[in-house]
Write a protein that binds this ligand. Structure first.
Ligand SMILES: CC(=O)N[C@@H](CC(=O)O)C(=O)O
Ligand SMILES: [Zn+2]
Length: 315
């Protein structure tokens, strides 16, 4: 008879090469500051038998303290961009994406980094949010379960973006196991100690998980509650495309709270409410994110799901 359930655990390669990206958006100061700190002294992020590299992904944007210089780096990792040839006429972030892909990828190949953590801040009242791009990645789901338990009683939610149209080509998507970390509320260009500390603690738990996994610990099957991206909601606009309403006071700062059919969602400048017309309860998030005005997004709706993660163990 076999001992325990070791034979049932999916075997996954040890995570030997890990990167921590900050400054994918140059005005999101927690990630920029933490990564700069760790580049000077990496003692805090070192773990046994794994290379962990802190890296500033968009140094030009960091220098100017802007989201991006030419185009959003966190949308730039498409196969087209990564394979297009050309020099100075290409947008800075496309060239930078190619450089990052050479260093940490190539995306979708066995040579790619095992895990990339990408550190972001939001102006929305989302608290601590881990962002996944796949519901099938048992390694990442087990990591989410580990982090949530280690972080309790504080809460850390998981946003799953594998929407066929709304999913985008992130910097972290170069890795085999991409993990976004989004902490807010924090204004652009501002550093808040509570947000900075929360991000630092979540990263610590994430790296602890990788160390335990690499040491051979088996993680039994588990379930993870996630919020799956459903729909992008734009601000109401006039025929010229100008915004004619604001996020309703009942919705502002209420990320992750249920929005029911008929609930107020926007308020026009003359005080009229605009109500949610959907047919089911949804969980809005990224409510009134500053960076999303240019993306015609007032918030995104999500649905709560419970995912099952298989047992995993190092191969
Ligand atoms: C506010 C912000 O930048 N959020 C990130 C979310 C993510 O990393 O998936 C973005 O839009 O790229
Ligand atoms: Zn960001």
């Amino acid at each position: 008879m076999s001992s325990g359930n070791n034979n049932n655990a999916a075997r996954i390669d040890a995570a030997r090469r890990v990167a921590i990206f900050g400054g994918t958006h140059g005005n999101e100061m927690s990630g920029v500051t933490l990564v700069n700190l760790w580049m000077q002294n990496s003692a805090e992020i070192q773990r046994k038998e794994v290379d962990i590299e802190p890296f500033i992904t968009n140094p030009k944007a960091v220098e100017k303290c802007v989201r991006y210089v030419d185009t959003d780096l966190n949308r730039a990792f498409t196969q087209e961009n990564l394979s297009v040839t050309g020099g100075d006429e290409l947008p800075y972030e496309v060239l930078r994406a190619q450089e990052i892909n050479r260093m940490f990828g190539p995306k979708g190949t066995p040579e790619a980094y095992d895990v990339i953590f990408d550190l972001h801040n939001t102006t929305s009242n989302m608290g601590c949010t881990l962002i996944l791009e796949s519901s099938k990645d048992a390694f990442n789901l087990q990591m989410m379960n580990y982090i949530k338990k280690a972080f309790a009683p504080a809460s850390c939610l998981v946003l799953l973006n594998e929407h066929p149209l709304l999913k985008y080509s992130t910097s972290r998507s170069v890795a085999k196991h991409p993990v976004g970390l989004e902490v807010g509320p924090q204004p652009q260009g501002v550093l808040r100690s509570n947000i900075f500390e929360a991000m630092r603690v979540i990263l610590k738990h994430a790296l602890d998980f990788i160390e335990l996994f690499n040491e051979g610990m088996e993680f039994p099957p588990c379930t993870v509650e996630v919020f799956r991206v459903l729909e992008r909601m734009d601000y109401p606009r006039d025929a010229n495309g100008n915004i004619i309403a604001m996020v309703h006071p009942n919705l502002q700062d209420c990320d992750w709270e249920p929005l029911n059919p008929g609930d107020p969602m926007f308020q026009t400048f003359d005080g009229k409410s605009i109500h949610y017309q959907g047919s089911t309860t949804v969980y809005p998030t990224f409510i009134n994110e500053a960076a999303y005005y240019e993306k015609q997004q007032a918030f995104v709706t999500t649905r709560r799901e419970t995912l099952v993660a298989n047992a995993i163990r190092k191969a």
